[in-house]
Design a protein around this ligand. Sequence first.
Ligand code: MG
Length: 390
Amino acid sequence: MHEAGLAAYACDPAQSRGRRYWEEPAPTRTPFQRDRDRIVHSTAFRRLVYKTQVFLNHEGDLFRTRLTHSIEVAQLGRSIARSLSLNEDLVEAICLAHDLGHTPFGHAGQDALHDCMAEFGGFEHNLQSLRVVDWLERRYPQFDGLNLCFETREGILKHCSQANARALEAQEPGGVGARFLLRKQPSLEAQLCNLADEIAYNAHDIDDGVRSGLISMEQLQSIPLFESHRLQALAEYPALARLESQRRLLYEAIRRMLSAQVYDVIEATRHALQTQGPKHVDEVRAMPLLVRFSEEMHGQSLALKRFLFANLYRHPQVVETTNSARQVVRELFASYMQQPQAMKPIFAQRWDEAVAPSDRARVVADFIAGMTDRYAVKEHERLTGQRLLG
Ligand code: MG
């Protein structure tokens, strides 16, 4: 029987493909609730508070961090899940875990680590998130990792290169790597988390961008998705035009923009579900992506993304700090490759046990990827004598 209130196409915890290691079911929680709880209690989750989203952790106390970002993604995901009768617990678990594998310093850190790992198989943050929940967390007596359900792991592994998918498939035949080889989709809950992620960062990066002074309301007026909602807010509340109400106007425009995207996803997805008519999650996996924006909203969201890319992520001030962040990661990597004993004992021990150069490099990558921004800065100073970034 399907869990009460769930649609036929939703992931039913009673039909989960299960965990890698068998466990007695919890008496009062579904397997997906249990996954969410394990994620919230993990060390990697707590580290997200000191990891960069766009602005480095030391640049201000009010900017998003990976933790607040993940919570915002989970909130949006759950709202949409509830109105589509999808599994909210599963959506929440995936959303809260989706960035666990992120390096310090956001995308700059990830790019730098990928470059360092070029001859050792590269570095992908989605795959790293899976490594965290499958293996790197060490808190249970029976197994490494958090031993999450297949459906949660499937959602966490949003992207994966063909080479990495083949490697996963070799370890776990028919597991979470298989869909990338078969070019299939994940569950609707997983599809939803991807879109919730996009909606969340598009909105909060506008807020943080304006707060930082790197982008202005005037610049944003060239973005139809933002401007149409700013004008609506002004028409309804003309007093927002006053100079002292600018922040309130920004919030109101962002709030309306967020709601419009959420309602659009719900509408467009409902339509796709009606047209395709999946009766089970396995049918969903063989269909095109069903959780989607309408054509029009897709275009508007893309325009906003491009704007943020050009004007915020590539802003000279952001680029300057990201260059330093890259240097920190590069030099940390080089230092540990030369003196593996400088790593925390558990990683130094893993290095000793590893034989192949690529396995040893992976130990270093795991150690660096787990660092918070400030720990990386401190370690870099300890090893090089040079203080970068704050
Ligand atoms: Mg994210």
